[in-house]
Design a protein around this ligand. Sequence first.
Ligand code: SF4
Length: 450
Amino acid sequence: MKKQWLKYLDRQAPRYTSYPSALRFDGSVDAALYSEKLRAVDLYEPLSIYVHIPFCRQLCWYCGCNMRVENNYDRVRAYVDALLDEICIVGGVVGGKGRIANVHFGGGTPNILVADDLACILDAIERELGLTDDARLAIELDPRLMRKGDARMLAELGFDRMSLGVQDFDIGVQWAINRMQRFEMVAECVSDMREAGVDDISFDLLYGLPKQTPQSFSDAIDKAISLAPDRFAVFGYAHLPRMIPRQRMICDDELPGVEMRAELAALADERLAAAGYLQIGFDHYARPGNALAAAMGEGRLHRNFQGFTDDVAETTIGFGASAISFVHGVYAQNDKDIGDYQRKIAARTLPVARGIMRTARDERCAAAITRLLCDFETDLGAMFELTPEAEQRRIDQALAALERDDVIRRRGAVLRINDGARSLCRVVAASIDPWAHTAQKATRETAKAV
Ligand code: SF4
């Protein structure tokens, strides 16, 4: 990494899984506005469905997700009942329009659910929103909860994309984050998934964890590569102990410093490239034949709450506590508190707590930033048409500094991130984002540049 780039490593920048980022969500979006947008869904509009399962068996100390440790399945079942009711309420509003392209179960730990409950949720989606065989079904899985036969059961339910939370294979790192999972356990999961015919398996890896060193992470990456998943997502751990109390269990002085974080990220880049994976956006990697790689090759790569995706649907309908929907320019987030969420559902109201309606200017910023993050190149022309002159001057100055530091090159309104500087692309995105100054402080919605 060039010396002049080091100053960018510690910068906070939004994750840009939505635009505007959730930092700008407020009470201006309510159930009435969300219903109005749902009613306006077109007959054949592609839809993405997200189902949030906010329960886990055990707490990982690094976790920043909206989750709760739950060992009483009756309470999980009560939540599933609320989900079924929410699907029914939303289905009534949408009125049979739209066509589901993707369904994604995230968490928490979706595989805490027993097969019957997963089947009930899928049945409800099919009945209320019309699930066809063409839709892709994805699920995030905790390998520690996978039992022999689970992969086959999930495949029989229709899940054809499975993502395993791996994070790191080093025992010392696993102790330091309270997530013990043997390599052999993950290997067995992968073998069961392959046997069940799953041809899109993804691993999540995390760098920046306590006790990680370039040697330990390099070994972990090599072990992960030996299991030949189809994709990787390699995220940087965001340490926010003041905001996320569970992270106080992690010792600050065991965390790698910013320069070592950059070294760990670069290691993942190098090792995965050497193993034949293509870099997708700034933190995903896929085998050349994978759907994500095809989407990138054809300029169809997109970014949403799941990160980089080949999902064709702009419209996302989220179910469950804290789930975020995006329908016709409106983001609507459900109550984060599981109890509040269930109470609203019991009262037959949509559990919308906050959100934001995109302005025309937001639309153009969103388009410019999405292309930048997906293609490392973007045209600011359309965005500048709606950007006040003073703001344009600020953006020009910020870009000139990045150009001097050899992070980007610019020709008129088109800017491109230089090859070695791709890991800094959220810093570049923040420099063209008129709202990013509100994200300079560390929050759940931002993360260190690298
Ligand atoms: S399994 Fe995932 S969601 Fe649950 S505590 Fe661990 S990191 Fe968080």
